[in-house]
Ligand binder design. Sequence first.
Ligand code: NDP
Length: 494
Amino acid sequence: MTEAIERPAGDAPPEWEYASAPESTDVVRLDDRYGLFIGGEFVEPKSGRWFPTISPSTEETLAEVADADAADVARAVDAARDAAPAWQGLAPSERAKHIFRIARQVQERARELAVLETMNGGKPIKESRDVDVPLAAAHFFYYAGWADKLEYAFPGRGSPKPVGVAGQIIPWNFPLLMAAWKLAPALATGNTAVLKPAETTPLTALLLAQIMQEAELPPGVVNIVTGAGETGAALVDSPVDKIAFTGSTEVGKAIRRATAGSGTRLTLELGGKAANIVFEDAPLDQAVEGVINGIFFNQGHVCCAGSRLLVQEPVFDVLLGKLKERLQTLRVGDPLDKNTDVGAINSKAQLEKIEELVTSGVDEGAEIYQPECDLPERGFWFRPTLFTGVSQSHRIAREEIFGPVLSILTFRTPDEAIEKANNTPYGLSAGIWTEKGSRILHMAQRLRAGVVWANTFNRFDPASPFGGYKESGFGREGGLHGLEPYLTFERGSS
Ligand code: NDP
């Protein structure tokens, strides 16, 4: 039976309320404690230390996780080293089968992975369900397809050989997806790996370890060591052949210093401060969606987030009005609710960092706008935020906030837009909104950014390379380019 909707007097539209639609957590079975995944088994840490991992939306402890010290890391690297000859000796098509099995298992257990990702990281379930998990599976599928075609991938370069053992350090913003970005190309190219997930979000990587057991991946081919920054530093200092790191520019620089002169190969995928550039001829309603997605997707915890909006002056007022209106409709809160657009901030430390930078924006004279919305009492939350009156020297225009905060600047000419967009130490991504194809090409050629989106934003595909310039790092992940850092080429043998 349907209930009649009461129309308020006058022309005012009826007020619609969203009923909550929480995703069930029954599908997730958590252990009290998780050991380190070394040599194909979960083992107790030699360190004897454990730490709690929490849900940032409730602050409730979900499980205890092993805290690996240098001896634990050495054990994982040894296991990877021991597993290397047999893994490299497998027919490439057999290696591919293992990776395909992992991809299929990620799909089979997609709901469980999505719920766990949201519980441990705070991101909205609709994102973990529709973006993180499907893209993680897609990366394993994509790179499984390359495993037996490497000889054809780089013509004229010689015979491709694996580099050996890869040490891989990943952040907390896309925990499962980053694990897939790192592991899939490493395995496809015949390397073995030691992966260090972020301290705050280890649980989906550990579930992935269980999936690898089910996929009968040979023991030691993938090892997972949990812990904080010291565990990552121990992995960097260990005798691995390659380090692949995604995270902050500061830690990236420290890793670069630590590996300099050691012969260890290195790729760094670091921070960003992307310009999302809206021209006066842009389809504005579409641009509003792209701008909102560009900065509020995953609470702005995105290295390629469109955190600086550059608007051409004639459309500034109308675009700002539309953005403010759209902000009012964003639902902030329980990330397990399927209606939620903006979930929890990943950690207390990250929340404090966002608050500090937002305070600096106000103190430096920018004008802040935040919509009215109720925030849950427990957990870590931050309202979607816009800043206008931002100048290029403001910290909120220069530093990576890594939160739901958009700094809006204006420009008059394409050259001014390019000048402002490139006026950053970073160079990871950019967005262009215009209906002129020629302008897109003109701009894209001049923007110093590894990825440039046109009339869209935050689109990812395993076949498409991703990576930055300048302080956003070097090396590419994804696509054919993503295979290269895991290969050496023997001249004269092909
Ligand atoms: P980090 O760069 O510290 O973390 C990334 C990964 O590196 C984590 O696994 C971390 O471990 C590990 N790590 C930390 N210190 C070291 C070290 N000395 N040697 C080797 N590995 C190390 O990022 P944070 O989590 O501290 O976030 C800080 C800021 O970095 C954020 O506010 C954001 O601005 C930026 N950031 C950018 C990311 C990006 O993709 N561009 C991703 C994440 C953060 P652990 O988590 O245990 O500390």
